[in-house]
Design a protein around this ligand. Structure first.
Ligand code: PLP
Length: 370
């Protein structure tokens, strides 16, 4: 908590709630095992702290996107399996080996690169296979998958530890795409070498048993977000964001606020300015749309969100409570991450992963963290 006096905006992460969410998802997915996706710096909340708390709770398998993220995570966690979703970085495959990281192979090129490293090492090397079942983003295409099945010797140098695919619409229970992808995955997995199977992200866990396979890969639900309106996983919030008022000013009727003068006061009022802006991930789309809370009084964002500052209409807050230094809830019990995301015109994933580096970060409930 060093630096507490220097930052006036605080991101608080409840590691106990995070671990509780992991245990809840694990119980929901059992007998499948439950991994944790901690890409993009643990969805913006701090991969090191998040993964440390989850490892302490018993999680032994982690997924990140980039090899660089995996190398950083390995420095923090010596034991768990760490999968690199983007696969082996071209020309730097050996780095994965050096840090005992497992690439997810997404096509014949990845297989060839990993095989060539295995040959030069003189041993089979562990890897996962990503089969595309409809996302058309990463993974073996249907054609490439058939070619692989027809010539299984392509995998001779590979110690296959996981066969996975990724769902495109899992947060929508009724989307027919879910069943299509499950059917395609089932048709392929039986024809590939024996290894644990994985299909479900957070939304996939809510879809139920058939989707769980051997290992589930939740991200967003760990961080306290219900993936869809009907997923009903029952996860609890993990983070909150609070700012302190820098300045309060009285304004007269007819005055405007901020860049572009996009908000005018219809009568005398008061403006509070806080130290958060779009550079901190408080998106500019929240201009004249977002709101915050001082105690239980709603304070609308007025005018444009600027790079480092947001202006709030605090006319409805008693004077004594809207003073410099007073605390303002930006995300918390009154303004959920989901509500703020909708007001910003985006999804919780984007708000979380853009949370600023200038906030003071406070971790609570991490007593048992390794
Ligand atoms: C990001 C990601 C996940 C986690 O998804 P959530 O919706 O956050 O649960 C799982 N698998 C893959 C391949 C991913 O890219």
């Amino acid at each position: 908590m060093t630096g507490a006096a220097l930052a006036s905006t605080t991101l608080t992460v409840d590691l106990a709630a995070l671990a509780d969410n992991w245990r809840l998802l694990k119980a929901r997915a059992a007998p499948a095992r439950c991994a944790a996706v901690v890409k993009a710096d643990g969805y913006g909340l701090g991969a090191s702290e998040v993964a440390g708390a989850l490892a302490a709770a018993g999680c032994d398998t982690f997924f990140v996107a980039h090899a660089s993220e995996a190398v950083e995570l390995r420095a923090r966690l010596p034991a768990p399996a760490i999968f690199v979703l983007h696969g082996p970085p071209e020309g730097a495959e050996k780095e994965l080996l050096r840090h005992r990281l497992t690439p997810v192979l997404s096509g014949p090129g990845h297989v060839a690169a990993w095989t060539s490293l295995a040959r030069s090492e003189g041993r089979r090397l562990p890897a996962a296979l990503h089969i595309d079942t409809g996302m058309n983003r990463l993974g073996f295409s249907a054609k490439e998958t058939e070619a692989l099945i027809a010539d299984p010797a392509q995998l001779d140098a590979i110690d296959l530890v996981l066969v996975m695919s990724h769902l495109a619409c899992s947060e929508e229970r009724r989307n027919p795409m879910n069943a299509v992808q499950l059917r395609r995955f089932a048709a392929i997995e039986s024809r590939l070498p024996k290894a644990p199977r994985s299909l479900a992200n957070s939304g996939g866990i809510a879809l139920g048993g058939g989707y769980h396979r051997d290992l589930v890969r939740p991200g967003i639900a760990l961080y306290g977000v219900e993936p869809g309106p009907e997923t009903g996983l029952g996860v609890k919030p993990v983070m909150r964001l609070d700012a302190r008022i820098l300045q309060v000013r009285g304004v007269d009727r007819g005055e405007s606020v901020g860049y572009g003068a996009t908000h005018f006061f219809a009568g005398p009022g008061r403006v509070a300015t806080i130290a958060v802006g779009y550079a901190d991930g408080f998106l500019r789309t929240l201009s004249n749309r977002g709101h915050a809370y001082i105690d239980d009084v709603r304070v609308p964002v007025i005018g444009r969100v600027s790079m480092d500052l947001v202006t709030l209409d605090v006319s409805a807050v008693p004077n004594a409570r809207a003073q410099p230094g007073a605390s303002v809830e930006l995300i918390g019990p009154h303004v959920s991450l989901t509500e703020l995301s909708r007001l910003a015109g985006t999804i919780e994933y984007e708000i979380l992963t853009r949370l600023g580096r200038r906030f003071e970060r406070v971790y609570t409930g991490g007593g048992g963290a390794a």
